[in-house]
Write a protein that binds this ligand. Structure first.
Ligand SMILES: C[S@@+](CC[C@H](N)C(=O)[O-])C[C@H]1O[C@@H](n2cnc3c(N)ncnc32)[C@H](O)[C@@H]1O
Length: 540
């Protein structure tokens, strides 16, 4: 019978992998199961692990590119190594490597990675064998100290393809595959609970590695979603990351991974004076597209474009109503009764029912009359909703569907009144609005007028500013639909983002400056400042 020490010694000699088996029982179990017909471990859920293994050809292309750029690492870290394709490419490409560390949470991949390395050396017995540590561990619990102790002055390469999954997707799956610091981006209040609190696990892992190894000599090269790269570049000044020579080389994720997302190879040099911009190019052709990132304290999607009106909006742009209960809250009216998305027909008092526009309704220059309606249960966030009793039909309808309201997953509704909504305030009831969709890849602003003497509401995929008079709205609407605004938006928005237009982007349009450029109507600003104090960001 072979002892574990003997087996491990032999395997280390053959393929460089340290501690191939951790205990006797593991060795026996593997031996038994290799002889049996069933798989060694059951498959864990791929979605939970953001599991998109890099094909060997792509991994080889990445390491070849790095080599051609003069990289020659001595220590390599693959933080979520999967089946080890990057480790194999490293073994094939870099002769100077002395140590490799691979970490992987899924046992089946962890074993596959070790056997892949063994297989590699069976086929390439004369290749140099570095010290290889493949560890079955959760990267969020992993202590980087062992790796740190190994690096010293050596050239480091952090390479890989961290999980493609977001914290909110994981929460929806009730998955525990999350870092403890779930608000690592340090957003406050509602931002932390909604859109802005959402982050890619890959972003967390990348930043953790840069925090831990940023001051080591070396490089990082990760395949990640474009949003992850954008967010990292955005956070460089805040996190004071010591990185430079940032590159984003776009890949075809559909071809490589069979998924329709925008992704790229992100690479950077560690231990440098911080650079806050990134060069974007094509991974396959090396054709350069642009530089994006920070310029004069402004974050731009295209750095070359300077724009005079990039400043602060004098108005507060608002997101439309958020209720997360469209089955009950989105209604149509056929002239006789209301109908909801559950196919139910019913009557309601008019009082709380308002016309509703969604992103798809904003394609026209002036919004068309809408057949969609919504129930506005609160006039401001947090309003006590018990007053709805005075509208018995509305109250009964909402109560009949209280279970659907209570099933809303987002934590913003926890502990709030029944039928609570967000994105509501005085501004929602302004009669004239200028709106834009956050979802569509256009820079076109739509004028929204009241319908049946009621202000029109927008859903939470839209952003808007509201006005008391048509004259005011038309004046601003004309300013917004000009080339200069379109150019600004093009240079500060990312076309591959889920929401190309966001409140942050709209808040950068300095309309007062634009008005000056276009031949100011000073009286307009005087009037509007008098009558719309609540609208102006100055007063918010
Ligand atoms: C996108 S795949 C890439 C795998 C490998 N890096 C490659 O390029 O082929 C992400 C890998 O991360 C692993 N993973 C997910 N969550 C992890 C965690 N918390 N700790 C370590 N590995 C994890 C998955 O099991 C999967 O193998």
């Amino acid at each position: 019978m072979t002892t574990i020490e003997e087996a491990n010694k032999l395997l280390q000699k053959e393929c460089g992998v340290r501690d191939f088996f951790s205990c006797d029982s593991e060795l026996l179990q593997i031996a038994e199961e290799l002889n049996s017909t069933y798989a060694y471990v059951a498959c864990e859920s791929n979605a939970e692990y953001g599991d998109f293994q890099t094909n060997q050809k792509l991994a080889n292309q990445v390491t070849e590119k790095l080599k051609n750029n003069g990289f020659s690492p001595q220590v390599v870290v693959e933080p979520t190594c999967g089946k080890g394709h990057f480790i194999l490419s490293v073994l094939n490409t870099f002769a100077e490597v002395e140590k490799i560390f691979g970490i992987e949470i899924q046992k089946r991949h962890f074993w596959q990675a070790k056997f892949n390395v063994l297989d590699f050396y069976i086929n390439n017995p004369d290749k140099k064998k570095p010290e290889i540590h493949i560890v079955n561990s959760n990267i969020f619990d992993y202590n980087y100290q062992t790796i740190k102790n190994s690096i010293g002055e050596k050239e480091l390469l952090i390479i890989g393809n961290p999980p493609w999954v977001t914290n909110s997707e994981l929460s929806a799956m009730d998955s525990k595959n999350l870092p403890q610091k779930s608000n690592f981006k340090q957003h406050k209040g509602l931002d932390a609970m909604t859109g802005k609190g959402n982050f890619d696990i890959a972003e967390y892992i990348t930043i953790e590695l840069l925090r831990n190894f940023g001051h080591n000599k070396g490089n990082m090269a990760f395949l990640v979603k474009n949003t992850v790269i954008k967010n990292i570049v955005y956070d460089i000044p805040r996190l004071k990351l010591p990185i430079a020579n940032l590159k984003k080389q776009n890949i075809d994720a559909k071809k490589e991974f069979g998924v329709s997302v925008d992704a790229a190879l992100f690479s950077c040099q560690l231990n440098q004076d911080t650079e806050c911009y990134c060069q974007e190019s094509n991974f396959y052709t090396s054709e350069i597209k642009c530089n994006f990132g920070w310029n004069n304290n402004k974050f731009m999607s295209v750095l070359s474009a300077d724009n005079d009106i990039d400043g602060i909006s004098p108005f507060v742009w608002r997101q439309g109503i958020k209720h997360d209960c469209s089955k009950v809250m989105e209604l149509e009216y056929d002239g006789n009764s209301y109908c909801n998305k559950l196919g139910e027909h019913f009557s309601l008092e008019d009082k709380l029912v308002y016309p509703l526009l969604k992103s798809s309704d904003l394609k026209t220059t002036i919004a068309n009359p809408t057949r969609k309606m919504t129930i506005v249960t609160q006039k401001f966030v947090g309003q006590d909703t018990s007053y709805i009793k005075q509208y018995p039909q509305t109250f009964e309808y909402l109560n009949n569907h209280i279970d659907l309201f209570q099933m809303r997953k987002s934590s913003i509704y926890k502990g709030k009144c029944n039928f609570s909504i967000f994105g509501i305030g005085d501004y929602s009831f302004k009669p004239y609005k200028i709106a834009i969709s956050g979802l569509y890849k256009t820079f076109h602003f739509c004028l929204v007028k009241p319908q049946n003497n009621k202000p029109v509401m927008l859903d939470d995929t839209c952003y808007f500013i509201g006005f008391d008079t048509l004259e005011q709205a038309e004046y601003i609407w004309n300013l917004l639909n000009t080339d200069i605004v379109e150019n600004l938006l093009k240079s500060i928005s990312f076309s591959d983002a889920k929401r190309m237009i966001t409140k942050d982007i709209l808040m950068r349009i300095d309309l007062k400056k634009l008005a000056k450029i276009k031949g100011d109507k000073t009286c307009f600003w005087d009037n509007i400042e008098k009558c719309q104090k609540s609208q102006l960001s100055l007063f918010n």
